[in-house]
Ligand binder design. Structure first.
Ligand SMILES: [Zn+2]
Length: 72
């Protein structure tokens, strides 16, 4: 037979325990290039800059625009 709790915990005790259970909000910085919020020590997702250099060059969606204009 498994052990059973002898007394039930009060609502206050349960609430106090569960108050500590929460998700941590990861810290973020504002990108010095585009001033959008981005994660520290990581390439900015908005402009692709890191340490003042462009790491990721975003491709322009020319094909999509052409397709849109062809349809209309
Ligand atoms: Zn940026």
């Amino acid at each position: 037979m498994p052990q059973e709790p002898k007394k039930r915990h009060s609502r206050q005790r349960k609430g106090k325990r569960r108050a500590a259970i929460k998700l941590a909000v990861s810290s973020y910085i504002f990108c010095p290039n585009c001033h959008e919020p981005s994660f520290a020590h990581a390439v900015c997702k908005n402009c692709g800059y890191y340490k003042g250099k462009q790491i990721i060059v975003k491709k322009e969606k020319k094909k999509d625009k052409e397709a849109e204009t062809a349809n209309t």
